[in-house]
Design a protein around this ligand. Structure first.
Ligand code: PLP
Length: 489
C-alpha cells in the first residue's frame, strides 16, 4: 500500500521496501539480460501514447510507478546491457557501477566547489591518477570528469583557443575586425563531436579542416603539414589538431607521434580523442596505441564506453589545467570560499557549475575488478573480435574491410559476381535489417570510402563467444535470404 503524504518524502521504511524491490529487479535483469529483445519492436510515438500527457495532481503509489516501469519502460527500451548489443560502441553498466550510482543519488552531492564535495572532488583526482597510470600516461596529465567526450573535446578546444590571450576572445568575443580566423584540424574520419565543438566555440564550419586519411583510415600527417602551411599563408590562425586513437567508423589510429612533431613545430594544441580506444592501453601489450600521446596537451577517454562504468563518465586529461581554468573559471561572490586558493573547485574546469559524483562509480568499478580483471575482459573482447574477423575472412562471400585493432570488426557481404556498390549497399542494408529484427543481436553500419559496411563492436561485459557466433550465424542466414531474394527479382 502506498503511504503518499502530500509533499513529504517517502518514509525510510517504505524506501527500504521499494529499494529492495528495485535491486531485485536489477539483479534479475542482470541475471537474464537476454530476456528482452535487444531492440524493441516499437514505432516512434508509440511509447508516449501510453503515458498520460500531464503530471498527476495527486501523488501515486510506488507500486503503481514500478508496475508502469515494468509494463512500459522495460519492453520499450533498447537494451544496452544485452550481450547481443554490438552496435556503435557497445557499453555496459556493471553491478559495482550501478551500486555506486545508487549511492551517488543517495548522497546527491554537487561537487561544484571543493567545499560542496570534498570527498567527490578528491576521489575524482585519485581515481583519475589511477586510470592515468594504468594507461601509461604521463604524471603531468591532470584529469577531470565530464558527462561525455563531446563536452571534453569542447573544453579542450576552448582551452586551445585560450592559448592566444592576445586575441582577447574571452574578453571581447570573436569577429572583431583585424583578428585572424581560427582553424582546427582533424582527420576526415574524426568524430562529429569535433565539428560540433568548433561550431559551438563560434569558429564556424569553416573553422575546421578535415585532413584526408591514408589507406589505413588514419590521418595523413604530411597532408596536415601542408594544410597548416596553406592556411597560415592565407591568413588563418591554426590553433589545434585533434588526433583520434580509435576512430568511430573503423577504429583507426592517427599517427600521433608525427602529428605531435607538427604541433610542436607549429605551436598548436594537440588534443587526442581516445574516447573509445584509450582504455585498451590498460592492457600492457596494447600500450603502443597511445604512442606520442604523452606529448599531447589534452586527451579524452570515456570509461563509460569500454571500461564497464555506467554512462556518463568521460575523462579529460590535460597537461595545461591552468589554461583550461583560464578558459572557464568565473567566480561570482556567492561561490567564493575561505578554502585555500590552491584547492580544486571542479566548476572551474568546464561549462557546468554543478558536478555529479561520477568518480564514485569509476572507483567502485576499478576496485571491484582490479586492473587484472579489467585487462582480462578487454583482452577477451579483442579476442572475440579477432575470432569474428577470422570467420568472416574465411568465407569467400564476405570480407573484413578494416584492420581489427581493438574490439570492432567492419565487414560486409560481397558475393562473387556482385560488383555494383549500389547493389552491395542494398544487400548489406537488408542483411543488417534482418539481423537486427532477430532481437538477439544489434549491429550498426558505417561507410568506408563510400562502401556500405556492417560494424560489430564487442564492448559489453556480458558478451561471450556464443553471442559473437550467433551474430555470424544470423549474418550468414540473412545473406542467404537476401541473395535468394535478389536472384528471384
Ligand atoms: N569520439 C569518438 C571517437 C566517438 O566514437 C564518440 C562516440 O561514439 C565520441 C567522440 C562522442 O562520445 P560522447 O557520446 O561521449 O560524446
Amino acid at each position: 500500500m502506498s503511504n503518499v503524504k502530500a509533499g513529504a518524502d517517502m518514509d525510510p521504511e517504505e524506501f527500504r521496501r521499494h529499494g529492495y524491490a528495485v535491486i531485485d529487479r536489477i539483479a534479475e535483469y542482470l541475471r537474464e539480460p537476454e530476456r528482452w529483445p535487444v531492440l524493441p519492436a516499437i514505432e516512434p510515438g508509440a511509447f508516449s501514447r501510453q503515458v498520460p500527457g500531464s503530471a498527476p495532481v495527486q501523488g501515486e503509489s510506488m507500486e503503481q510507478v514500478l508496475a508502469d516501469f515494468d509494463r512500459l519502460v522495460m519492453p520499450n527500451t533498447t537494451h544496452w546491457n544485452h550481450p547481443g548489443f554490438m552496435a556503435y560502441f557497445a557499453t555496459s553498466s556493471t553491478a559495482p557501477g550501478i551500486l555506486a550510482e545508487t549511492l551517488a543519488a543517495g548522497l546527491n552531492v554537487n561537487a561544484m566547489l571543493w567545499r560542496t564535495g570534498p570527498a567527490a572532488t578528491e576521489l575524482e583526482e585519485v581515481t583519475l591518477v589511477w586510470l592515468r597510470d594504468l594507461m601509461g600516461l604521463p604524471a603531468e596529465f591532470d584529469g577531470t570528469i565530464n558527462d561525455t567526450a563531446s563536452s571534453s573535446t569542447l573544453y579542450a578546444l576552448a582551452a586551445a583557443r585560450e592559448m592566444y590571450p592576445e586575441l582577447r576572445v574571452r574578453e571581447e568575443g570573436l569577429g572583431r575586425d583585424g583578428t585572424p580566423r581560427m582553424r582546427v584540424y582533424c582527420s576526415a574520419d574524426a568524430h562529429s563531436s569535433v565539428d560540433k565543438a568548433v561550431i559551438t566555440l563560434g569558429m564556424g564550419m569553416s573553422g575546421i579542416r578535415h585532413i584526408p586519411t591514408d589507406e589505413a583510415h588514419a590521418m595523413d600527417a604530411s597532408a596536415l603539414a601542408i594544410a597548416i602551411a596553406e592556411d597560415r599563408a592565407s591568413g588563418w590562425l591554426p590553433i589545434a589538431v585533434v588526433a583520434t586513437v580509435g576512430t568511430t567508423s573503423t577504429t583507426a589510429i592517427d599517427p600521433v607521434p608525427a602529428i605531435a612533431d607538427i604541433c610542436e613545430r607549429e605551436k598548436l594544441w594537440l588534443h587526442v580523442d581516445a574516447s573509445y580506444g584509450g582504455t585498451a592501453a590498460l592492457v600492457p601489450e596494447m600500450q603502443w596505441i597511445l604512442a606520442g600521446c604523452e606529448r599531447a596537451q589534452s586527451l579524452v577517454v570515456n570509461p563509460h564506453k569500454w571500461l564497464f562504468v555506467p554512462i556518463d563518465c568521460s575523462v579529460l586529461y590535460t597537461r595545461r589545467p591552468d589554461v583550461l581554468r583560464r578558459a572557464f573559471s568565473l567566480v561570482p561572490e556567492y561561490l567564493t570560499t575561505t578554502d585555500p586558493s590552491d584547492v580544486r573547485n571542479l566548476m572551474d574546469y568546464g561549462v557546468s557549475l554543478g558536478r555529479r559524483f561520477r568518480s564514485l562509480k569509476l572507483w567502485f568499478v576499478m576496485r571491484y575488478f582490479g586492473a587484472d580483471g579489467l585487462r582480462q575482459r578487454l583482452r577477451q573482447h579483442m579476442d572475440l573480435a579477432r575470432s569474428f574477423a577470422g570467420w568472416v575472412s574465411a568465407d569467400a562471400a564476405w570480407e573484413v574491410v578494416a584492420a581489427v585493432t581493438f574490439s570492432v570488426v567492419v565487414f560486409r557481404y560481397r558475393p562473387a559476381g556482385v560488383d555494383s556498390e549500389e547493389e552491395l549497399e542494398r544487400l548489406n542494408a537488408q542483411i543488417l535489417q534482418a539481423i537486427n529484427a532477430s532481437g538477439e543481436v544489434f549491429l550498426s553500419h558505417t561507410k568506408v570510402n563510400g562502401r556500405y559496411c556492417l560494424r560489430l563492436a564487442v564492448g559489453n561485459i556480458r558478451t561471450e563467444l556464443d553471442h559473437v557466433e550467433r551474430a555470424w550465424q544470423l549474418a550468414r542466414k540473412a545473406a542467404q535470404y537476401v541473395a535468394a531474394d535478389a536472384g528471384e527479382r
